[in-house]
Design a protein around this ligand. Structure first.
Ligand code: GCB
Length: 599
């Protein structure tokens, strides 16, 4: 009874928080890459502005004539002390740290400007950003288009009335300063790459367009496709058609007062799975609009301690991945770059990746889908978030909503994760239960989890204790026996008792290792030590962790992190990769490859 009351109090607490207003841009346009677009990628002029003089005046008040006005001067009667057109350029998309040596460690404000031609077509136009880390303010031809907070999710603003025939300009202020109330907060173990890190484009749509849709199998039913499409206007009585030619499906439904059309279609599609990553061409059309997509049909569920893909138990052979390019680092924005990392995961016999610790690019997820790789997708609610702040909650919720909205049609995403390694408190429980119930309200078909932590029962007996166990579908936890907790010999002695009766994923384990450093005595940092850690962990999981449904070791590739200061060993890199940042596979990679072969 006490336990039930507790869960009720979590849910009640969450309702108050989830009623908060969420910040954000205009609703996202579903499947942006299938639209008529004009790319604004390429070289943009930039000005670094550490003290934000382009935004605040010398009294630190918002400036009336900041850089965003980009006024033209004659240098006789008018003048200004900035100039975009003679400023240096950098590539968009791309983080600024990787492109410019002087910005290698820069955190702060940077202004971008791009001039572009536009020919009016009578259609509505939106300006889309795949991601901008962290806080973006956007102006078109000197007029404000909108703001966005959150470094890893897309946003779009309508700019129809801001554009003019001929030459136009867009100016973006991007600020990646960390702050206590932000999501993530000030301390996190990855590099805070700043800038316009994903595609920027203009998107043209008809005046009433298909704003969003979701097409997938009914929960737990491999023979019924359910679909929902929503117009940009609340227009009742409009006809929307869903076609899946290969399945000989063509269905039309009429919109309700919210502009929503719903479908329920009997079908027997080939089910998407890692061996047969089947995608179907799908077309959604209204009297004024048409969008094409490729959709995977699969179900995902749990039964006791098993995870079921299409009704069959599956062991999730995973690995964690940060969004950093395989060779040379920096944020990823192309399918080719995503493919290299995913191909390494495949070579290791993975069928699953945990995309840590924030939403990765749409290219990454779509490529994983084509390659037959299931995905865990997460929001950066990491470590010591300000749990008491309603604004922080609204921000986290908004990022979560944008992640789900963008990827709701990707069948390979099977788990939404709302947090990583968060310290227990009532406020944290309320915050996270609010995110969990929001996730379920947005998407009742996928599994929900979060990366919890390990707890000791005794010296060698370990468990997970987390109030939120009752609200998740999968109990996932991170543990570092052999690295932060004892040395490798301890792994042989540890056994696990996790009492929740749900499938378990070990969402992180591993240890640091410098590629190419060998030590027959298995010294710490050596390839031999890391390989042994993995071999012993595999045995521990097989023999002493009942209910294990998958693992995602930490992690595929060494990556930049300012928290990693050990000279000669780390030098600014987290070295727990199974592959180095130069693409060199460590011994432990092959240990994992072998173990996964047996699973
Ligand atoms: C963790 C975190 C992950 C870190 C990792 C480490 O538990 O979840 O973000 O990078 O440990 O290397 O310590």
């Amino acid at each position: 009874m006490k336990k039930q009351l507790f869960i009720l109090s979590l849910l009640l607490g969450s309702i108050t928080l989830s009623a908060q207003e969420t910040p954000g841009s205009t609703p996202l346009i579903q499947n942006i890459y299938a639209r008529e677009t004009q790319s604004l990628n390429g070289y943009w002029n930039y000005l670094m502005d550490q003290q934000e003089i382009g935004y605040y005046n010398y009294r630190n008040l918002p400036s009336e004539d900041g850089f965003f006005k980009d006024v033209q001067v004659d240098n006789v009667t008018t003048w200004k002390e900035y100039d975009f057109d003679s400023a240096p350029v950098m590539r968009v998309p791309g983080d600024w740290n990787t492109q410019k040596p002087e910005l290698y460690n820069y955190e702060g404000t940077l202004w971008y400007k791009k001039k572009f031609p536009y020919k009016k077509s009578g259609k509505r136009v939106f300006l889309y950003f795949g991601a901008a880390n962290y806080d973006a303010k956007v102006w078109v031809n000197g007029r404000k288009a909108g703001d966005h907070v959150g470094g890893f999710t897309p946003f779009n603003f309508e700019v129809t009335d801001l554009l003019r025939e001929g030459e136009n300009s867009v100016i973006v202020k991007v600020d990646n300063k960390r702050s206590l109330d932000a999501v993530p907060t000030v301390n996190f173990d990855w590099f805070n790459y700043g800038g316009l890190t994903r595609d920027v484009m203009l998107v043209e749509v008809p005046s009433c367009f298909i704003q969003t849709y979701r097409i997938q199998l009914d929960k737990g039913n491999t023979r019924r496709i359910v679909a929902r499409a929503k117009l940009s206007e609340r227009r009742a009585g409009e006809k929307i058609t869903v076609e899946i030619p290969e399945l000989k499906i063509s269905r039309t439904a009429t919109t309700d007062a919210d502009g929503v059309a719903s479908f329920s279609i009997e079908a027997t599609p080939t089910l998407w799975n890692p061996d047969v990553p089947k995608l179907y061409d799908v077309v959604i059309s209204s009297s004024t609009d048409r969008v094409a997509d490729q959709i995977a049909f699969r179900t995902i569920a749990t039964r006791g301690q098993e995870i079921l893909l299409n009704g069959q138990p599956i062991f999730l052979k995973g690995v964690c991945i940060h969004d950093e390019a395989a060779y040379g680092g920096g944020r990823i924005y192309s399918t080719d770059e995503a493919h290299i990392l995913l191909q390494w995961a495949k070579e290791m016999n993975c069928n699953f990746v945990r995309l840590a610790h924030y939403p990765h690019s749409e290219q990454m997820i779509r490529e994983a889908e084509r390659m037959g790789i299931m995905v865990w997708s997460e929001v950066p609610v990491y470590w010591t978030i300000n749990w008491e702040s309603e604004a922080t909650f609204a921000n986290a919720k908004n990022q979560l909503g944008e992640m789900i909205e963008r990827d709701q049609n990707r069948g390979n995403i099977i788990i939404w994760s709302v947090a990583n390694e968060t310290p227990h408190s009532d406020a944290r429980d309320r915050f996270l239960s609010g995110l969990i119930s929001y996730t379920r309200s947005k998407d009742a078909t996928r599994l929900v989890s979060l990366a919890m932590e390990r707890h000791d029962i005794s010296e060698n007996e370990m468990t997970v204790q987390d109030n939120l166990h009752a609200l998740v579908d999968v109990v996932s936890f991170n543990q570092y026996v052999g690295w932060y907790v004892g040395r490798n010999d301890k792994i042989d002695r540890v056994s696990w008792k996790i009492p929740y009766g749900k499938p378990i994923i070990v969402s992180e384990y591993g240890g640091e290792c410098v590629a190419g450093y060998h030590s027959p005595e298995k010294k710490i940092w050596s390839e031999e030590y890391q390989a042994e850690l993995y071999a012993k962990s595999a045995r521990m999981f097989d023999e002493r962790l009942p209910g294990l449904a998958g693992t995602t070791p930490w992690l595929l590739k060494d990556y930049r992190s300012p928290r990693r200061v050990m000279p000669n060993m780390q030098d600014g890199y987290n070295r727990k990769g199974l592959v180095s940042e130069h693409g060199q596979k460590k011994q432990a990679f092959y240990v994992m490859q072998q173990w996964y072969k047996t699973k």
